[in-house]
Design a protein around this ligand. Structure first.
Ligand code: FAD
Ligand code: NAI
Length: 466
């Protein structure tokens, strides 16, 4: 009899876990994956990336029809009405198809799904739904969940104070939605409900939106979202909330302290960040401790401090992004199989899927300057022929390069398709490109991506179209 039931047991079937499990099975390892949720795919497929993008897409179509973008191009519509239940149905359909797709891939690759929440008994043994399962290697991919805000209790069923999961499932368009937190979730889901007719106020603790992004991008984001009709209350904190008669009343204070004020809303979205899922995992049974931020630390190969136990995704340090988790999932499986799995954490793109999209990869201008002398090239989307023709004037591309070596250190884009454009910048950086390499790469015309070439030309000296 084999020493263990499995070569690999993965805990959690989000983008980190399900990808690790499939890759391990593809590499010939006998693999199981424990997942307590009723469907596979984790936060991303069930209550994250996928449902939010469905609502972003649908609400964008609604706004284009209702507010004249279609008419501007000669597409006449009758009176435009929203059927929210149809939109929510499309969203649920996409989620069902994609989560079902992972179940199909598990079967195809012979990954056993252990239905339940796993708890460590020792470093090679977990208990899942009453079953004891042993494995030579165990990968923790338990992801993250919403960070609660003290004195602002979320109740997704009541639908007044909600988190991202509640905000994805509203059955009405709020009159006034207050978003607490001007980060990625706040701006994406705030945009959804603004487009569908809500007045949206964003309360952000810091003096700018989108922490972690390039300073100029953050400033431009504030201008763009204000122009779109969002009210921004920056440098402001929420200290409490009461709910009465279908309305919430929030108490606000300047972040630096000062006089309190109140704000009423019929819906409040709490989106102040996410924290790793480690409760109930039994880490104490294997002697694995957490860092100061509650995360599991790993080495470059995704090994934890406990032999045979590995970890990937939102539960370890780094940006909480699905593609980062997926790449770590592939790498950890390859490392377990004795291959060399590597993730270059310096080149992980980040995208905010609003209109326009905000995207970046590598260093911000502020961080690059701290590292040494740099050259910066910028090109406005207003001067890009395709963006101009599509009447998408907002945004710019910025390329940051080392002043001495010309190596690209960071690229930032605000454009309708910035999320797609940023892939070429990530690939160039992965290949160690200089800005000159991008400037002399032939880009198809007319495309938004030409703005990346022109920004790289601006690093070199001058772009053509400006
Ligand atoms: P998760 O996806 O959180 O999966 C972990 C899984 O582990 C869960 O299903 C959980 O049920 C399970 N689990 C936990 N504990 C146990 C246990 N003890 N036993 C068994 N199972 C367990 N990222 C992007 O890159 N792009 C986006 O557009 C994007 N949009 C987002 C929108 C929203 C609203 C949210 C909330 C997040 C979004 N993210 C996005 C972030 C993305 O969802 C996460 O970075 C990603 O899901 C992390 O993957 P993971 O595998 O580490 O964890
Ligand atoms: P976030 O970290 O992006 O933003 C949270 C914001 O809340 C910050 O700006 C922070 O300063 C602010 N904040 C914190 N405490 C506050 C308080 N008390 N009052 C007011 N503001 C406060 O976190 P968010 O938006 O919750 O998203 C969580 C994670 O999910 C992110 O790390 C992100 O990577 C991921 N995600 C990614 C998406 C994408 O890739 N498009 C989409 C949605 C989420």
């Amino acid at each position: 009899m084999a020493e263990y039931n499995y070569d690999v047991l993965v805990i959690g079937a989000g983008p980190g876990g399900y990808v690790a499990a499939i890759r391990a099975a593809q590499l010939g390892l006998k693999t199981a994956c424990a997942e307590g949720r009723a469907t596979l795919g984790g936060t991303c497929l069930n209550v994250g990336c996928i449902p939010s993008k469905a609502l972003l897409h649908g609400s964008e179509l609604f706004e284009e029809a209702a507010h004249g973008t279609l008419a501007k191009f000669g597409v006449k519509t009758g009176p435009v009405e929203l059927d929210l239940s149809v939109l929510q149905g499309e969203k649920s359909g996409a989620v069902k198809e994609l989560t079902g797709g992972i179940e199909f891939l598990f079967k195809k690759n012979k990954v056993d799904w252990k239905k339940g929440y796993a708890k460590f008994k020792d470093a090679h043994t977990v208990e899942v739904a009453g079953e004891t399962v042993t494995a030579k290697h165990i990968v923790i991919a338990t992801g993250s969940s919403v960070t609660p805000l003290p004195n602002v209790p979320v109740d997704n069923d009541a639908g007044i104070i909600v988190d991202s999961t509640g905000a994805l499932a509203l059955d009405r368009v709020p009159n006034h939605l207050v978003v607490i937190g001007g980060g990625v979730i706040g701006l994406e889901l705030g945009s959804v409900w603004r487009r569908l007719g809500a007045k949206v106020t964003v309360v952000e603790f810091l003096d700018q939106l989108l922490p972690g992004m390039d300073g100029e991008v953050r400033k431009e984001a504030a201008k763009i979202f204000k122009k779109q009709g969002m009210e921004l209350k920056l440098s402001t904190k929420v200290t409490g909330a009461t709910v009465e008669g279908g309305k919430a009343t929030l108490t606000l204070e300047p972040a630096a302290g000062g006089e309190a004020s109140t704000l009423e809303a019929d819906c409040v979205l709490v989106a102040i960040g996410r924290r790793p899922n480690v409760d109930g995992l039994g880490l104490e049974n294997i002697g694995l401790s957490l860092n100061a931020r509650g995360q599991i630390e790993t080495d470059h190969d995704f090994r934890t401090a406990v032999d045979g136990v590995w970890a990937v995704g939102d539960v370890i340090p780094g940006p909480m992004l699905a593609h980062k988790a997926e790449d770590e999932g592939i790498a950890v499986a390859e490392n377990i199989a004795g291959l060399t799995g590597i993730v270059n954490h310096d080149v992980i793109p980040g995208v905010v899927y609003t209109m326009p999209e905000f995207a970046g990869v590598g260093l911000t201008e502020e961080a690059a300057k701290e590292r040494g002398p740099i050259k910066v090239g910028k090109f406005p989307m207003l001067a890009n022929s395709r963006a101009k023709t599509n009447r998408e004037p907002d945004g710019f591309v910025k390329v940051i390069a080392d002043a001495e070596t010309d190596r690209v250190l960071g690229v930032w884009c605000i454009a309708s398709v910035a999320g797609t454009m940023i892939a070429q910048a990530a690939q160039a950086m992965e290949f160690g490109a200089k800005s000159e390499d991008i400037a002399y790469t032939c880009h198809a015309h007319p495309t938004h991506s030409e703005a990346i070439k022109e920004a790289a030309m601006a690093v070199q000296g001058k772009p053509i179209h400006m």
